[in-house]
Design a binder for this molecule. Structure first.
Ligand code: TXA
Ligand code: MG
Length: 321
């Protein structure tokens, strides 16, 4: 299977593969034509650059330059793992990977299938999350199949992914490193390793990570995020919505409503469980064609910050295309 998948990559085709975060949709990062197929398959806006996946320091040096002490410290501590570093790009990388930027985002996934695929293909693999643009990222091979079936050559099935939300994206090309996307590697963990690190907040800062401008992680139904509310509040909120529409609920608080148009998924009150299951839960409830999916938030402490970042984006009307 891996041999076949590697051959498809070498021939300029698309292969979906598991990583420890979410499934990726991979193509040879050095082959411009192959990379363009990713954008077509996903319906991805052309100005949203891709993450390049490598399996070794040697391969990292094929795509990025100016790999400084900060980069090396972070690599030693977090690679392989869910941390993506934005570095200066080498000219050999297919231009569309960087969407016109002078930088390239690189990570080393901590997953045996992903690493074996890169090793066999012997080329860096550009891979965004393997969902249709705007949808929740895929955490199982079935999710990929559902979104992209006819458009890709092959899916490597590695079961459900372990972490469940995408990697932290950290830009280290600036004076003070900046987190462009929150993820499993938290700001505190990075600060402990390299000292000062900032989190992008302003619009101009976010322009550095074009992907954060688009609608993301959203099922067909609209998503409403509730924070710091009681069981009684959630019950009343959903009951009111049920007067006019089908309702889905994802919560850490058990809520029982006896109505066939109501479906709920209960998660444990911690970031591990939420991250691992949130995208699958959104997809599962969406199958029932609800008008709305209500999601109960969790604490933003530690890894919870990344989970809440995704939920806020899923619930935001603001960035809808
Ligand atoms: O966990 C992950 O990161 C997954 C797995 C498959 O590795 N990949 C993933 O890729 O989430 P994607 O394409 O869905 O998200 C890539 C993010 C986007 O927000 C994009 O804007 C940002 O990384 N990005 C990529 N290249 C960049 C660059 N050169 N400068 C700034 N941001 C960049
Ligand atoms: Mg994505």
């Amino acid at each position: 299977m891996i041999e076949q998948a590697a051959l498809i990559i070498q021939l300029g085709g698309l292969v979906a593969f598991p990583t420890e975060t979410v499934y990726g949709l991979g193509a040879d990062a050095m082959n411009e034509e192959a990379v363009q197929k990713i954008f077509q398959a996903k319906g991805r806006p052309a100005d949203n650059p891709l993450i390049v996946h490598v399996n070794s320091l040697e391969m990292l040096h094929r795509v990025a330059s100016e790999i400084n002490d900060i980069a090396n410290t972070l690599i030693e501590k977090f690679c392989p793992g869910p941390l993506t570093l934005v570095l200066r790009r080498r000219p050999e990388v297919a231009p569309t990977v960087s969407a016109g930027l002078q930088t390239v985002a690189v990570r080393m996934p901590n997953h045996p299938v992903a690493l074996a695929l890169i090793e066999k293909a012997d080329t860096p693999i550009a891979a965004p999350s393997a969902n249709s643009s705007g949808k929740p990222s895929p955490t199982s091979a079935l999710h990929v199949l559902y979104d992209l079936d006819e458009r890709i050559e092959m899916i490597l099935d590695g079961g459900s992914t372990n972490i469940g939300i995408e990697s932290t994206v950290l830009d280290i090309t600036r004076n003070v490193p900046m987190i462009l996307r929150l993820g499993w590697i938290t700001q505190e963990m990075i600060a402990e390793t390299i000292g000062e690190v900032r989190q992008a907040i302003s619009e101009s800062e976010l322009k550095r990570s074009p992907g954060t401008r688009y609608r993301h992680y959203s099922p067909r139904a609209r998503v409403v995020l509730l924070e710091n509310v009681s069981a009684a509040f959630i019950h009343k909120f959903c009951t009111d919505l049920l007067k006019t529409e089908i309702v889905g609920l994802i919560s850490k608080t058990p809520v029982f409503i006896d109505d066939s148009r109501f479906s709920s998924i209960l998660l444990e009150d911690n970031p591990v469980d939420y991250a691992r299951q949130i995208y699958a839960a959104l997809r599962e409830l969406d199958e029932k064609n609800p008008g709305v999916i209500v999601v109960e938030g969790i604490s933003e402490k530690g890894e919870g910050a990344a989970v809440m970042d995704r939920l806020k984006r899923a619930a935001s009307e603001f960035h809808r295309e």
